[in-house]
Design a protein around this ligand. Structure first.
Ligand code: NAD
Length: 267
């Protein structure tokens, strides 16, 4: 990691585990001060804060359920109180509640849409309000604020048995592009990362036995599972001025999962 984010304040949601944790650490290694949002695991969030401090940056653990408006507002208030502002939002919090469509409860539908899609709306809205409060200068040579939405390859790959999740990520895709279009004149950049299969708790069943891992590799032309740091590296780039002309883009970080691997040996 190069110190490309020195002086920047980043807020990462769902940062107590998996991709969010790695991203919070990556941003910190690149010089950012990081607010580590968590939903319930205060101990894990405190560990991420300690790891960030150990690499020489500052961090704050901040609890909020991103699907709740009052909690998102309070989270932004406490981050701004502590660090002065927010320059980078990584909307990463997400979950799955899988079921075949006929068995899917409305509660499971609403939970997934609430966290994965409404949560991204609420956090993006507060980030934009904070970017504007800080003051947008029209002649800025670099971005006035950056929003990175954690999407998924399932923003384009349909996923049987996961209709709520795929719908939420499809929604994130057009939410991201619409915000990018709406906010570009203010030099606010909005992009997404679409991870493929990354080794985290959310998909443990897909990689934690040799049989499952073998099946997974058939979906992965690059023949390895992704690691959380693969996503963190992409997030640092999207947060940095190295990507200053990039807005409205989804960066697929998926080892080729979206390359129709079924056609690999198809004559
Ligand atoms: P994870 O379960 O380790 O991380 C998700 C985090 O979100 C957890 O820390 C969880 O506590 C938090 N969270 C859940 N509900 C929340 C809420 N209401 N408020 C605040 N935080 C909440 O799994 P992960 O793989 O690190 O997932 C991170 C993101 O990456 C998710 O958006 C997921 O959809 C996406 N993603 C993951 C993969 C993968 O293969 N792991 C692939 C594509 C997309």
């Amino acid at each position: 990691y190069y110190p490309v984010l020195t002086g920047q304040v980043a807020l990462v949601t769902g940062a107590s585990s998996g991709i969010g944790r790695a991203t919070a650490l990556g941003l910190a290694r690149a010089g950012a001060v990081v607010a580590v949002n968590y939903g319930s695991d205060a101990k894990a969030a405190a560990e991420v804060v300690a790891e960030i401090e150990a690499v020489g940056s500052r961090a704050l653990a901040v609890r909020a359920d991103v699907s709740r408006e009052d909690e998102v507002l309070a989270m932004f208030r406490s981050v701004v109180e502590t660090f002065g502002t927010v320059h980078v939002l990584v909307s990463n919090a997400g979950l799955q509640r899988d079921a075949p469509i006929a068995e899917m409860s409305l509660a499971d539908w609403n939970t997934v849409i609430g966290v994965n899609l409404t949560g991204q709306f609420l956090c993006a809205r507060e980030a934009v309000r904070e970017f504007r409060r800080r003051g947008i200068q029209p002649d800025l040579s670099v971005a006035a604020g950056k929003i990175i939405c954690m999407s998924s390859v399932h923003e384009v790959i349909p996923w049987a048995g996961h209709a709520n999740y795929a719908a939420s990520k499809g929604g994130v895709s057009l939410l991201m592009k619409t915000l990018a279009q709406e906010l570009a004149p203010e030099r606010i950049r909005v992009n997404a990362i679409a991870p493929g299969a990354i080794r985290t708790p959310i998909n443990r069943a897909a990689w934690d036995t040799p049989e499952a891992y073998g099946r997974l590799l058939h979906l992965l032309p690059y023949r390895r599972i992704g690691e959380p740091d693969d996503i963190a590296q992409a997030a640092v780039w999207l947060a940095s001025d190295a990507s200053d002309y990039v807005t409205g883009a989804t960066l697929f970080v998926d080892g080729g999962m979206t390359l129709y691997p079924g056609f690999e040996d198809n004559g």
